[in-house]
Write a protein that binds this ligand. Structure first.
Ligand code: ZN
Length: 364
């Protein structure tokens, strides 16, 4: 038998994170330090506690403008190589402390050149921070380079990702407001990546509906979907024992296209009403390739363990469910098959087995 996981136990489980933004996971103390060093004087508070409260309130406000302002400040203090390296190092340290064994962390290089860095220098600084953090804290971190959908630099960023593919950049992503900026605007970048046998994911189906998901998969060829929650709009009879899948939903499930779901973030942006009503419940029940993610740990005041704990409470998930999500994520990672297998068989399965069966061992 397996027991209901507690938050403490979940922290000890070997976890995998595929959707996490570098500029959405800074420590408040680090923001204050970096702002002081860079002479950045626009922070709403120079006290880490006050800043932390401000971030939580702005992110929960329901106002997109206030939510986006939070990123103005994190990106604002990440404009030097030292700052980027420190933020990446601490990201690896924080994820490792939460029990994450493999992570893919994304950021948009073009947002970090205001202090005079070139795109190459930005990428190298982040890679250096992750390499050092990974070495010291026993976690593997791959990076995804993000292009902003309202900009016209996607091809350039895609080429940057391919140039650094052997140094730790494992893929490409496209992010930003969905409405008015369909992924098909960036076909040139996606076709280039396909010709280079490179991997990419696309933020789609968060705020915007099925057309966005359809374009990401059928026009752009995305390997994974960032969020993808609105795929439920293509499922009818959802409350019954026999939900019906439309052609797009069936395609996504048949092809095992990974969905990078971020429950708390989806509630803050209005893509879902509550954890209990989050489409993840239905999609897991229907065996879509669902993965659980954090999106922006600072803004959402969360960690991967906390996301799992909330889901476990809302849907009664046990260790088998949490292992299923974790193996799903590892299978969907952008590193090689050999490396994924090694982590699944050598780290994830033994780690969960130990936690699962602990209740059966004699105590004392
Ligand atoms: Zn995201």
């Amino acid at each position: 038998m397996t027991t209901q996981p507690t938050l403490d136990d979940i922290r000890r489980a070997p976890k995998v994170l595929l959707h996490d933004h570098l500029d959405g996971g800074l420590r408040p103390e680090t923001i204050v330090d970096l702002a002081r060093d860079a002479g950045y004087d626009a922070l709403p508070s120079n006290d880490p506690g006050g800043l932390s409260t401000w971030f939580a309130e702005a992110s929960d406000s329901g106002s997109l403008e206030r939510y986006l302002e939070t990123f103005t400040h994190t990106v604002g203090v990440m404009q030097s190589a030292e700052a980027l390296e420190r933020v990446a190092y601490e990201c690896a340290e924080d994820l490792a402390a939460d029990g994450v064994v493999y992570a893919e962390v994304r950021y948009a290089p073009e947002q970090h050149t205001e202090g005079g860095l070139t795109l190459e220098q930005v990428v190298k600084a982040v890679l250096a921070g992750f390499a050092e953090g990974g070495r010291r804290h026993g976690i593997r971190v791959g990076t995804l380079l993000t292009a902003m959908r309202h900009q016209a630099r996607s091809r350039e960023i895609a080429e940057l990702a391919v140039r650094h593919r052997d140094a730790g950049v494992v893929g490409f992503d496209i992010a930003g407001a969905e409405a008015g900026y369909p992924p098909t605007r960036h076909l040139d970048a996606f076709e280039y990546l396909q010709r280079e046998n490179a991997h990419f994911t696309i933020h789609a189906g968060e705020a915007f509906g099925l057309p966005s998901i359809w374009q990401a998969i059928q026009w752009c060829g995305a390997d994974r979907l960032g969020h993808g929650v609105r795929i439920v709009d293509d499922i009818t009879d959802r409350e019954t024992d026999d939900p019906r899948l439309g052609r797009l939903a069936a395609y996504v499930r048949d092809k095992r296209i990974p969905l990078e779901m971020c429950p708390t973030s989806n509630i803050q942006t209005g893509a879902a009403k509550s954890i209990a009503e989050h489409p993840i419940g239905l999609l897991r029940r229907l065996y879509f390739r669902v993965t659980v993610n954090t999106d922006n740990r600072l803004m959402s005041g969360t960690s991967l363990s906390e996301e799992f704990a909330k889901l476990s409470e809302a849907f009664g998930y046990d260790w088998d469910d949490l292992q299923w999500f974790t193996v799903n994520a590892m299978k969907s990672a952008f590193i090689s098959f050999d490396e994924r297998l090694e982590l699944i068989n050598g780290v994830i399965k033994p780690g969960f087995a130990q936690l699962k069966w602990r209740g059966d061992r004699p105590v004392g």
